[in-house]
Design a binder for this molecule. Sequence first.
Ligand SMILES: *[C@@H]1O[C@H](CO)[C@@H](O)[C@H](O)[C@H]1NC(C)=O
Length: 379
Amino acid sequence: MTVILFFISSAHAQPACAGQKFENNKRYDRCIDLPQLDSYLHWSIDSAKGLVSIVFIAPPATPDGWVSWAINPTGEGMVGSQSLIGYRAPNGLMVVDTYNVSSYGPLVKGKLDFGVTDMRSEYEDGVMRIFATFELLEKGQTTVNQVWQVGGSVTEKGVPARHDLQPANLGSKGSLDLLSGEISGGGNGNSKTKRRNIHGILNAVSWGVLFPVGVMVARYLRTFPAADPAWFYLHGSLQVSAYAIGVAGWGTGLKLGSESKGVKYTDHRNIGITLFCLATLQVIALFLRPKIGHKLRFIWNIYHHGNGYAVIALGILNVFKGLEILSPSNKWKLSYIIIISSLGAIAFVLEVFTWIIFFKRKSLKTTKSDDNGDAGRHT
Ligand SMILES: *[C@@H]1O[C@H](CO)[C@@H](O)[C@H](O)[C@H]1NC(C)=O
C-alpha cells in the first residue's frame, strides 16, 4: 500500500515535452504539452530584446499534410492569426512559410505583422517541427494568443488545404503566458499528461512491483511447512490483483498508443502486448494445473516458473522503457530503482536462506530420502 501511495504521489511527473531533445543539445527554457492535436511547444524568451524562439511539434494529419503554429494579435482563433506553416514540398523537402490569415478562405503566403527569423522545419518519425524566432509586437509583452493546427494535404501550389473540423481542431487555441507557461483555452490541458501518469502508476505497481512480490511469496514462503497452504492463496491473490491492475494499465496504454498518431514507442508497445499474453496464459494455466503428484505436474511447474520469470523480467524492463518515455524527474526513476533493488536484495537473502534450509533438511534425512534436489520448490 505504501508503494501504491508512493507512486500516486509521483503523479506530478513532468510533461512529456520535457523528454524531447533537439539537435546539438539545443535547450529551450520552457515547454508545454499542448492540450489538443498531440502537439508540443518549446520556447525561450529574451524579454530585453523582445524575442521569442520557439519549436512547435505536431504530427500532421497525413504524411503529406501540414502543421501550423500562430499568434493572433487581434483575437482568438484562425482569422487574424499570424501563422507559421510547415509542410513537405513536392520534392520531399520540408518548407516553412508565413501566412497572414485574414479569412477562412484559401490561405495566402505573406508577411506577418511582426518580424520572424531563423525559420526552418523538419519531418521525422511522423512528426513535423517548426523552428522560428519572432519579435513580440509590444515591449514587455508576456502573453500571446496562440493558435495551432494540423491538416491532411497541401495543394500543388503549396496552399495548405482545409483542416478537419473535429473538436480537437476547433479547440486548439488559447492564451499563453510566456513567462509562467500557463495556458488557457484548448480544453483540459493536463488530461493527457494525467492519463499518461496514471498509466505509468498502474503498470509500475502491477508489473513492476506486485508481480515480483507475488513470485517471492511463492518461492520463499513455502520453505516453511507452517505457511502451507497460506502461501498458495497469498501468491494467487497477489498475482490475480497484479493481473487486474496490470490489465487496466495495459488498456490505458493501448488507448494512449492509439491516440498518439505521430509518436510511436514500438518496443514499449510490443513488450506490453507480450506481457499481457504471457500473464493471461499464466492465469489460465493456474486453472489447468495438474494435481500434485501427477506426471505432468513437473512439466507444468517448469512452464509456470519459466513463464513467471519471463513476465517479471519483461515487466521490469518495460517499466524502465516507460519511465524513459514519460521522463519524469530523475527522482522517480531513482525511487523505482531503489524499490526494485531492495526487492532484489531481499530475494537474494531469502534465496541463500532457502538453500541453507534445503541442505540442512537434506543432511537430516540423507539416509531415507530420495529428494529430487528442487530446494523445496515443488508443491
Ligand atoms: C495582414 O492582413 C490584415 C488584414 O487583411 C492587414 O490589415 C495587415 O496589414 C496584413 N499584414 C501585413 C504585414 O501584410
